[in-house]
Design a binder for this molecule. Sequence first.
Ligand code: NAP
Length: 264
Amino acid sequence: MGTIKIALAGPRGKMGQEAIKAIFQEENLEIVAWIDRVIDANFVSQVEHIYGVKLPVYVDAALCFQKEAVDVLIDLTTPEIGKVHTQIAVDNGVRPVVGTTGFTSEDLKELQKTCEKKQMGCIIAPNFAIGAVLLMKFAQIAVKYMPYAEIIELHHDGKKDAPSGTALKTAQLMEAAGNPAQNQNHMFPAQGLNAHGYNIHSVRLPGMVAHQEVIFGGDGQTLTLRHDSFNRASFMSGLIMCVNKIMDLHTLVYGLENLLDDEA
Ligand code: NAP
């Protein structure tokens, strides 16, 4: 397959900056345009200085897709605008790889319908860290044999939601493994939030990035699975994998774990 041409939305953000570094290291990927809230000449010349390319900035995503030959939109923005960009991309035949969090199940249902109608690939991945996704998979195996479990998720103090989407997803996948949670009844607030039968504890502290533990208890033994994202580079191999896989998809895929099956 030839070069995959990318429009990157949110390039000045923390994830956007990390994504630029990662994409410029990939020979088969090429950024052709930025989609941003503002046209920031400093940013454009900074990229030109570092990578030797001067790229157009579009505030209007639809205009970007009309003017530039774009295969894939990478969206790393905010929930409100991320949803708009994704819809515009699908309407214009551009495949979205979305790291932006905050899509509701209604948003996903709507997108799924459009993608199926258009036979278009679209990936929404709230967690690009392959280690975090593997933790979920290992937890699904462990819970079959050790159904007493609790989840602790730890994040930086700027995180806007609690519990994390990853913790909720982990609980959901553990429930789906078919051995119902056997925890003590949830009686006190200090036991955390009960979701899908598992108590989830949320810790918010400066110095943290994104961390999760699942602790399984059994007779005279415990098993702890833990994943740590120490910086945003941890999300990049998953992002690059999504961009490479999306050209062969014809539907909506929600969650990186659904792309790992054929790899593991
Ligand atoms: P951030 O640093 O705040 O970056 C967001 C960027 O989006 C900013 O540059 C912001 O510009 C820009 N933006 C705002 N409105 C826009 C618009 N209308 N059009 C284009 N760009 C717009 O946040 P971040 O830490 O990079 O995170 C970005 C998203 O990724 C969040 O939703 C976060 O939850 C998610 N995330 C996902 C993963 C994953 O693995 N999938 C991991 C970490 C974070 P201004 O600053 O000028 O407003």
